[in-house]
Design a protein around this ligand. Structure first.
Ligand SMILES: *Cc1c(COP(=O)(O)O)cnc(C)c1O
Length: 487
C-alpha cells in the first residue's frame, strides 16, 4: 500500500494547481455544460470491474478527471442559483483537506487526547454568536450530515419528549404503544415531511396550518384547537414545526412567540428549521426576520449552504440534553459517565457513531472571515437577489412572484413564446444552455415557476448581475416570439 513520497507529492502539487486554477477561473467557466464524459449508465456501470492490481496515483487522478470531473457543473461558482447550493470558502477547503489528512474519528469526545470535539462545540457556539443567540440557549449542539438529518433528529427528540410528557411512554424503549404523534407545520420544506416518514410518525400525520404559501401566516386558532383536543384526549400529541424560511421565498411566520406559548400550554414540542433564519439574524437589516427562533426546543440549520463550507455539515441544537441521551445513547453505561466532562460523547447525542472531523472546515472558515466577513457575505447576496429581483420586476417578459426577502428569487417567464405547457421547464433549460447561470423550477400557487437562490461568497454585483441578465435575455430570445405577439 506504500506509495513513494515523490508520487504523493506530485499528486498533491497537481491538486494544489487545480485548486488555484478553480479559484482564479471558476467564474469564467460554464455554470453547467453538457457532460463531456457522458456514457450510458449501463456502460459505465459494467465497464469497470475492480482492477486486480493498482496503478500509479497520477493515472488514477487523470482517469477521475476523464470520467467525472472534467466539465462537471460548477456548483460552487458564483452563478449557480439552482436549489440552495452555497459555495466553499478557501479556508473551508483547506480545513476539509486537513480533516482528511488527520482523519480523527469524532464518535468520541476524548479531551485528554484531543480538543477536536470541544472545537466542534465551539464552532457551533460561534454560529450562535453569529445569529445573536446566547450560547447557553442550546446545551445540545451537534454537526450532522445536513439540515435534513437535523430535522430528523429534532423530530426524534420531539417524539420522545411529547410521548413522555403526555403519556409517560418512553418511545426509545417501548415504541409508540398505540399513540399517535402529529407534526403540525406551515409550508414545511420537503425534508421535514421526509423526516416525518423516517421518524415513523407517518406522512399522513403531517398537518399544514398555514394560510398562505409562504408560510408567513398561520391559522393559530386551528393550531390551538388541535393541540387542545389532543391534550383533552389521551391518544395524540404533537410536534410543531416552523420553517424559517420557506424555500421559494424565504418567507417566515412572525408568530413564533405565540406558537411557543401554545406549545408550552398544551405540551407540544417546538422544532424550527432555521436553515435561512439563523444566518439572516447576522444582518442588522434583517433584525425583524427570524425573531424568536431561540424559543425552539430544537433547531435545525445548515453550514454547507449559506456558511459556504463543503457538504456534510448540518447544524443541530436543542435545549433538552436528557432527551438526546435517552434517544441516542449508544450504550446506557456510556452516558452514565457523562458528567465527568461538560460535553457528552457525540455518539450518545446523534444518529452516527463514526464521524469525520467536519467541524474543522467550519471552524477555520469562521475564524478566517469572522462575524463581519459573514455579515458582508449575507448582505451582498441579499443585495444581489434584490437587484436582480428589481430588474425582473420591471422586465416585460418576466413576472416577479414574491417580494425578495432574503437571498431567494421567485419568478415566472411571461413572454408568450414560453407560456405553453412545459414552457417554464424549457425556459430553465434555455438558461442552463447559455452556460451563464443556473436556476431551478418550482411550483407556486399551483403553477410552474422559477426560483434562484444566491448563497455564494463569489457572487459579485459588479460582475455577475449583468451576466445573469444576459443569460435571461438570451434564453428569452432562443425561442422565436409567436406571431400573435405582434397583434
Ligand atoms: C436545504 C434545506 C433543507 C435540507 O437541508 P440539507 O442540508 O440539504 O439536508 C431543509 N430546510 C430548508 C429550508 C432548506 O433550504
Amino acid at each position: 500500500m506504500d506509495i513513494s513520497r515523490s508520487e504523493y507529492q506530485a499528486a498533491l502539487e497537481h491538486i494544489v494547481q487545480i485548486a488555484l486554477d478553480r479559484n482564479d477561473n471558476v467564474h469564467n467557466l460554464p455554470v453547467v455544460q453538457q457532460n463531456p464524459n457522458y456514457q450510458e449508465e449501463e456502460t459505465l456501470l459494467t465497464s469497470k470491474p475492480l482492477p486486480e492490481f493498482g496503478q500509479p496515483l497520477e493515472k488514477t487522478i487523470s482517469q477521475v478527471f476523464q470520467t467525472v470531473l472534467n466539465g462537471a457543473p460548477n456548483m460552487n461558482g458564483p452563478r449557480y442559483f439552482g436549489w440552495v447550493m452555497g459555495g466553499t470558502t478557501p479556508a473551508s477547503i483547506v480545513g476539509d483537506f486537513l480533516t482528511s489528512i488527520y482523519d480523527l474519528n469524532m464518535a468520541f469526545h476524548q479531551p485528554k487526547d484531543t480538543n477536536a470535539f470541544t472545537i466542534e462545540q465551539l464552532a457551533l457556539d460561534m454560529v450562535l454568536d453569529l445569529g445573536h443567540i446566547p450560547r447557553e440557549t442550546y446545551p445540545v449542539k451537534l454537526l450532522t450530515p445536513g439540515a435534513t438529518a437535523s430535522n430528523l433528529v429534532g423530530l426524534l427528540l420531539g417524539r420522545q419528549w411529547v410521548a413522555k410528557k403526555r403519556f409517560n411512554i418512553d418511545i426509545a424503549e417501548e415504541g409508540f404503544c398505540g399513540k399517535t404523534i402529529k407534526v403540525i407545520g406551515g409550508s414545511a420544506h420537503s425534508s421535514v415531511i421526509k423526516a416525518v416518514a423516517v421518524a415513523g410518525i407517518g406522512r399522513g400525520n403531517y398537518v399544514d396550518v398555514s394560510l398562505n404559501e409562504r408560510g408567513s401566516k398561520w391559522d393559530l386558532k386551528k393550531l390551538e384547537k388541535i393541540l387542545k383536543e389532543q391534550k383533552d384526549g389521551d391518544s395524540e400529541a404533537s410536534i410543531v414545526s416552523v420553517g424559517c424560511g420557506e424555500v421559494n421565498t424565504g418567507g417566515s411566520t412572525d408568530d413564533i412567540d405565540k406558537i411557543r406559548l401554545l406549545c408550552t400550554k398544551y405540551d407540544a414540542w417546538l422544532h424550527i428549521d432555521a436553515t435561512y433564519g439563523l444566518c439572516a439574524r447576522a444582518m442588522p437589516s434583517h433584525a425583524a426576520y427570524a425573531v424568536h427562533i431561540e424559543l425552539a426546543d430544537s433547531m435545525a440549520s445548515d453550514a454547507h449552504k449559506w456558511l459556504n463550507v463543503p457538504y456534510d455539515c448540518g447544524l443541530f441544537y436543542s435545549k433538552h440534553m436528557d432527551m438526546s441521551l435517552e434517544m441516542f445513547a449508544a450504550a446506557k453505561a456510556s452516558y452514565l459517565q457523562f458528567g465527568k466532562t461538560i460535553i457528552p460523547q457525540p455518539m450518545d447525542i446523534g444518529i452516527e457513531t463514526a464521524r469525520r472531523f467536519k467541524a474543522l472546515p467550519l471552524y477555520m472558515s469562521l475564524l478566517t472571515y469572522g462575524a463581519r466577513g459573514y455579515q458582508e457575505l449575507f448582505e451582498s447576496n441579499c443585495k444581489f437577489a434584490a437587484s436582480l429581483g428589481e430588474w425582473i420586476d420591471l422586465h416585460p417578459d418576466f413576472e416577479l412572484l414574491s417580494p425578495v426577502y432574503l437571498h431567494t428569487l421567485l419568478f415566472r417567464v411571461s413572454a408568450k413564446q414560453w407560456t405553453h405547457p412545459g414552457g417554464n421547464e424549457e425556459f430553465i433549460d434555455a438558461v442552463k444552455k447559455t452556460g451563464k447561470a443556473h436556476v431551478s423550477s418550482t411550483m407556486w400557487n399551483g403553477k410552474p415557476a422559477i426560483r434562484g437562490s444566491v448563497n455564494n461568497w463569489r457572487t459579485r454585483l459588479d460582475r455577475d448581475l449583468s451576466i445573469v441578465q444576459q443569460a435571461l435575455e438570451e434564453a428569452i430570445r432562443s425561442r422565436m416570439p409567436l406571431k400573435n405577439d405582434f397583434n
